[in-house]
Design a protein around this ligand. Structure first.
Ligand code: FE
Ligand code: FE
Length: 377
């Protein structure tokens, strides 16, 4: 008997997960696939998860139509941190004569070396890396690295699927975007009925935006959310700040939301909406998180000594997928590695652009540049 084990946070489960299972069934000829939502994935403990029961229920809905596939509450019932080697040990005992496979996404392969007891995992099951068609994963290089370390090979299979991740699905859900291309219908219904992934203030902020601004704002949120875990920032705050950042962009100063809004100093027109936006967020939308308000308040100008949330919103605004300018790829690569270095490079780029265009340079932007230049290693 061949059994494939597929673990993950499934927060939420999405169409790619289902496609992966179907591809594994076809390629490996499995008799059974066991899908196991993790209690708290060891690598993602700083992220706020949907309740374990909700993730389990969604997984059951998503895989209900897949033959010879069951969803197990084993890790949820075990409680505590889920470690793959313990889970595989349990199923090996339960099915002593079975040949076990362990499915992972191709992107997880790089992390495998840092898991607890990878050798134990490989003694219990064969590792199967599932790669979405069209994605450029260099399996032969990974295979060599893997063999050098473990003296074993992993199996690889290809599947077709949409470009979706659970992080992206959470952002889309928070924004009220159409989830149909990415999630099974029953899962979408479940998310809506249980109001999962909603963030107070997001939809209210989006109601102020024109369609083109909304598209940009979604790009900012997707970019920022992608890096939230890496920079250990709470994802909900990141998504909220992104949703709010341009809330006053298209708002006339005579709007009722801006009654009482006044500035002490002269501010160039393109910078004004950051202050107006923070004002609207605080006074009309009731946002009281000072870090979130500051992320809105300085998203255009920057300032010295920004919080990580401020930096991530500033940079995501500049580097979201809808943006294009010469040198953007270098800045995007910097965002993957170091917020301060990326701030330095981005501010440098911005000042150069402002000087060339003959626009007014806002003193705070220059101070921010000097600051991030000064703290470089
Ligand atoms: Fe803006
Ligand atoms: Fe913006």
């Amino acid at each position: 008997m061949k059994i494939a084990i597929f673990g993950g946070s499934f927060d939420p489960v999405h169409a790619e997960h289902v496609n992966m299972v179907k591809a594994a069934q076809a390629a490996l000829g499995t008799d059974k696939v066991i899908v196991i939502p993790a209690f708290i994935p060891p690598h993602k403990q700083d992220r706020a998860l949907a309740a374990p029961q909700d993730r389990l229920n969604m997984a059951k809905l998503a895989f209900a139509g897949v033959k010879n596939c069951e969803v197990s509450a084993y890790e949820l019932n075990a409680g505590g941190t889920s470690y793959t080697y313990l889970t595989l040990g349990y199923f090996k005992e339960k099915y002593p004569d079975a040949r076990l496979y362990f499915l992972v996404g191709a992107d997880m392969l790089k992390d495998f070396y840092t898991w607890k007891q990878p050798e134990t995992i490989l003694s219990l099951a064969e590792l199967v890396a599932c790669n979405r068609e069209g994605e450029k994963v260099n399996f032969s290089a990974e295979q060599m690295r893997f063999f050098a370390k473990f003296r074993k090979k992993f199996l690889s299979i290809e599947y077709t699927g949409r470009d979706i991740s659970s992080t992206k699905a959470r952002v889309l859900a928070a924004f009220g975007e159409d989830l149909k291309p990415y999630l099974p219908f029953d899962v979408i219904d479940y998310i809506e009925a249980n109001e999962l992934y909603r963030i107070r203030g997001v939809k209210e902020a989006l109601a102020y935006l024109k369609p083109s601004r909304r598209k940009h704002t979604l790009g900012v949120a997707l970019t920022a959310a992608k890096y939230a875990a890496k920079y250990k920032l709470p994802e909900r705050k990141v998504i909220l700040a992104a949703a709010l950042h341009d809330v006053a962009k298209n708002m006339p100063l005579t709007a009722p939301e801006l009654a009482g809004f006044a500035l002490q100093e002269e501010v160039p027109a393109p910078v004004l909406h950051q202050y107006a936006g923070a004002y609207v967020a605080e006074h009309s939308l009731g946002i009281d998180d000072e870090d979130v308000l500051n992320a809105v308040r300085y998203h255009t100008s920057g300032r010295p000594n920004m919080s990580d949330l401020e930096k991530l919103i500033f940079l995501s605004d500049m580097l979201e997928p809808g943006r294009d300018f010469k040198g953007i790829e270098k800045l995007r690569r910097a965002l993957e590695n170091d917020l301060n270095e990326c701030m330095y490079l981005s501010l440098k780029h911005e000042l150069k652009y402002l000087k060339r265009g003959g626009g007014t340079i806002y003193p705070l932007t220059f101070k921010a540049y000097e600051y991030y230049k000064g703290i470089r290693k």
